[in-house]
Each structure stands twice: as C-alpha cells, then as structure tokens.
Design a protein around this ligand. Structure first.
Ligand SMILES: [Zn+2]
Length: 56
C-alpha cells in the first residue's frame, strides 16, 4: 500500500506529514494545523486536507 503525504500549506511552515492510513494522516494534519496555525477543525478543512494528499 502506497504511503500518502501532505505538505503543510501554512506560510513559513515546511512540515510534511505522511502515513499509510488516510484517516491517520488526516488526523495528524488537523492536529498540527489546530495546534500550530490556529485553524478550526471543520468538515471543510478536513476535505481540503484529503484533497491535498499525494502518494509518495
Ligand atoms: Zn504547519
């Protein structure tokens, strides 16, 4: 199974998160964005996270 990754889209942030499981990756990206970028955990944000996932 291919790993998926997401590059954090916040200005000045160079973090890349990756996981084998899409749900796990989604949760990690949302946690990071909420904790470090004052992002609201909304269904719309989670949808954007899923669309930003790419295969490694
Ligand atoms: Zn970030």
């Amino acid at each position: 199974m291919a790993r998926k990754y997401v590059d954090c889209a916040a200005p000045g942030c160079t973090l890349r998160l990756s996981a084998e499981d899409e749900k796990e990756l989604e949760t990690a990206v949302v946690d990071h964005a909420v904790m470090h970028h004052q992002v609201q955990d909304t269904p719309a944000f989670r949808e954007r996270v899923r669309q930003a996932m790419k295969e490694e």
